[in-house]
Design a binder for this molecule. Sequence first.
Ligand code: HEM
Ligand code: SF4
Ligand code: SF4
Length: 381
Amino acid sequence: MAFVSSGYNPDKPMENRITDIGPQNYQNFLPPVIKNNYGKWLYHEILEPGVLMHKAESGDEVYTIRVGTARLMSVGLIREILDIADAHCDGYVRWTTRNNVEFILDSKDKVEPLKKDLEGRKFPGGSNKFPIGGTGASVPNVVHTQGWVHCHTPATDASGPVKALMDEFYSEFQSMELPAPIRLAVACCLNMCGACHCSDIAVVGIHRKPPLIDHEVLDDICEIPLAVASCPTAAIRPSKVEVNGKEKKTVAIKEERCMFCGNCYTMCAALPLADAEGDGCAIMVGGKVSNRISNPKFSKVVAAYVPNEPPRWPTLVQTIRKIVDAYKQDAKKYERIGDWAERIGWERFFEKTGLEFTEHLIDDFRDPAYYSWRQTTNFKW
Ligand code: HEM
Ligand code: SF4
Ligand code: SF4
């Protein structure tokens, strides 16, 4: 494509440069009914899955329709969202903290026409563009990461598994029949960008093989002490090798100490470790962020490894289906998955979900591991 200047002058890069202006003030984008009643809301109701009503002191009512999105979207799709907002909501729209989209209406008679409009929109493949749901005790959107679309450290994909999961849990997105909401999250490596460590159910990409060492270039492209210091188990030490008759500074990795976290690769491009057969996913459950009744919890690993099976990850999806079904059947009202598992005991969690308990699930990382073992005779056969 022919070059078209924006007016930026590469010969004087600092001229006319605007900086540190920050984001736009959110107040500029509030629908009038929100602005008028700001901080004066009395109560809200969930009218049906995906539809909320907020009542203000003034008597004003606001109706919100929440729709799922794929998070990763084209400008074309954003334009379509804006067209819908223009047609039904005076041009106002918002995105939620789980990347759903909310259309906000100032009167009840606008709800049905918008619902009809949204329900009629499909991609050529047949998927709904704007499925309504994600409120109450449902499975709302999956908080996820870059995967093979954009990152260089993933052990699995993000968009692919998320689509496979949400196809499986589509009816749970569109209904509110669970004991409590189930928050799903996917991170494609142990960096856990996002919410995996604090979600009801989480998928985390893991490696199972130590890094390869590119001795020839390592010292040229890496800060060796940084790579050494990046290792949580001190598996890396500086060393020297001979490559093509020349002595090279490099590192050595004690493979029996390496647990394949990939941190050293993040610091040093000469230590790649992605591997088609080795890589896969771990499943974690029982995390939560709210302090409703029980304190916030970390999620815990309950399946050490399921293979990557693109494009639909059937083993991963079916294992998570088993967890959701057991929880749905057994948990009490308002119990999150972690509340349920801790009440019945983790040995019962494994029994009820049919998941296999393996030695990989037993914490062996430093002193705190001890506190995750059982220092009581309280257990069930
Ligand atoms: C066949 C009968 C019984 C058996 C097999 C039995 C067995 C045991 C065992 C294995 C312990 C744990 C010891 C340890 O962890 O060091 C224990 C503790 C104890 N037992 Fe028994 N016991 C019996 C009857 C009784 C009776 C009749 C009483 C009281 C009237 C009693 C009171 C206690 C108490 C107070 C403890 C200490 C609990 C604790 O420190 O937490 N036991 N017993
Ligand atoms: S979780 Fe890891 S692989 Fe995924 S986007 Fe974050 S850093 Fe990249
Ligand atoms: S992958 Fe992780 S555990 Fe293994 S050597 Fe690198 S930093 Fe250490």
